[in-house]
Design a protein around this ligand. Structure first.
Ligand SMILES: NC(=O)c1ccc[n+]([C@@H]2O[C@H](COP(=O)([O-])OP(=O)(O)OC[C@H]3O[C@@H](n4cnc5c(N)ncnc54)[C@H](O)[C@@H]3O)[C@@H](O)[C@H]2O)c1
Ligand SMILES: [Zn+2]
Ligand SMILES: [Zn+2]
Length: 362
């Protein structure tokens, strides 16, 4: 099959021929229909996070089941699915406590062992799977607990977005922060994740939703998706602006960029008792600092992993919200591209001009 392979870090993706193994008892072979480009993939390409090479990136996807292993009963060939990197074992203390995104067995039970043939290979050499998925490829061979079955009415390109960006942004609002109706919210960074957090805040009933970005077109998109106020951080100090617009500070701030400065800004723009939820992936080794005295005001700084999701519950709900017209996904797909154009897709992401580019496969 054709796949976009990362052969060195930092590096670009190369379209190459890769071989896929047959499904083991609990594995599912999925034909990829659509795969979104998320900034997390770019962080790995740029070396801000480590990953072995060669590997196939991509983790925001939807497709059709082609074959299943002997023990799989949840799906069968022909089913439509969304994949999720939050693969869960279902029996560790985190899973049984409802925190499947923190599953303790993720990298033990849900991957193939060292002595087993690899799921992906190139001329006999193992190709590393990325986040249990590797979506930038025509097929994915994944654990059955890394996917959810979905309604066949759901278009694949929009379904793919739910695989990461939408679930992360909405989940950060609904599950991690538990935003209440009437609260004030700010969101720093209006890419796929931030726009989803803005929509989550709107659906949760926040009264004031302040969007912060440095690109004008992103702020316009944010307004169209529910932001009540916008702040251009390239022109004004976002902390001062948000504090002023919210009458002293917000109840909830979300960081959806992945940088020290913006994470610290999210904490500084809180009202007393407020919570800053950092969604962005801050480069490994970077320290985020807060003034200790601010803790006396009972402010919280926390992170959110994939929106603290329980994806087999959440993703079908998000599909219903879309089909009911309450969740805007058409507007989030700025471009559909071919796998061959993937590097240009990441250049678009760097320029800040697209909400999401989605690869569609014929
Ligand atoms: N925690 C998780 O589970 C999880 C899941 C998915 C993505 N992420 C992370 O979320 C972050 C956002 O991802 P994305 O795909 O939406 O990225 P993106 O590149 O599409 O969007 C980032 C946005 O931030 C804006 N921005 C950049 N610098 C800014 C600044 N100083 N102030 C305000 N805005 C600024 C950009 O203009 C852009 O609109 C990334 O760090 C990604 O790795 C985390
Ligand atoms: Zn992602
Ligand atoms: Zn587990």
């Amino acid at each position: 099959m054709k796949a976009a392979v990362l052969n060195s870090i930092p590096g670009h993706l190369e379209i190459q021929d890769v071989q896929v193994s047959n499904p083991a008892p609990r594995e599912v072979l999925v034909r990829t229909s659509a795969a979104g480009l998320c900034h997390s993939d770019l962080h790995f390409m740029e070396g801000k996070y480590p990953h072995p090479c060669p590997s196939i990136l991509g983790h925001e996807s939807a497709g059709v089941v082609e074959a299943v292993g002997s023990m799989v009963s949840y799906v069968q060939p022909g089913d439509h699915v969304i994949t999720c990197l939050s693969a869960f074992c279902g029996h560790c203390s985190q899973c049984t406590n409802g925190h499947m995104t923190l599953c303790e067995n993720k990298d033990r039970e849900l991957v193939r062992g060292r002595d087993d043939a690899p799921r992906l290979s190139r001329n006999g050499e193992a190709v590393h799977q990325f986040m249990h998925l590797s979506s930038f490829a025509e097929q994915m061979l994944i654990h059955e607990q890394a996917l959810v079955k979905i309604d066949k009415d759901m278009p694949f390109d929009k379904a793919a977005l739910i695989g990461c960006g939408v679930t992360t942004g909405l989940g950060a609002v609904f599950r991690t922060a538990k935003v209440e109706p009437g609260q004030t919210v700010s969101v720093i960074g209006c890419g796929g994740i931030g726009l989803s957090a803005i929509q989550g805040a709107r659906i949760a009933g926040a009264n004031r939703i302040i969007a912060v970005d440095t690109v004008e077109s992103k702020l316009e998109l944010a307004q169209s998706m529910g932001a009540t106020h916008i702040v251009d951080a390239s022109k004004v100090d976002p902390v001062e602006a948000v504090r002023e617009l919210s009458g002293g500070g917000v109840h909830h701030a979300f960081e959806a960029v992945g940088a020290k400065t913006t994470a610290e800004q999210s904490f500084k723009m809180l009202d007393s008792g407020g919570q800053a939820t950092v969604i962005g992936m801050i480069p490994v080794g970077t320290v985020v600092e807060v003034h200790g005295v601010e803790l006396l005001n009972e402010k919280t700084l926390t992170g959110s992993n994939m929106g603290s999701n329980q994806f087999r519950t959440d993703m079908p709900r998000f599909i219903d919200m879309y089909l009911q017209g309450r969740l805007m996904l058409d507007e989030m797909v700025s471009k559909t591209i071919a796998l061959d154009d993937i590097n240009e897709g990441f250049e678009d992401m760097k320029s800040g001009n697209v909400a999401r580019s989605v690869i569609t496969f014929d």
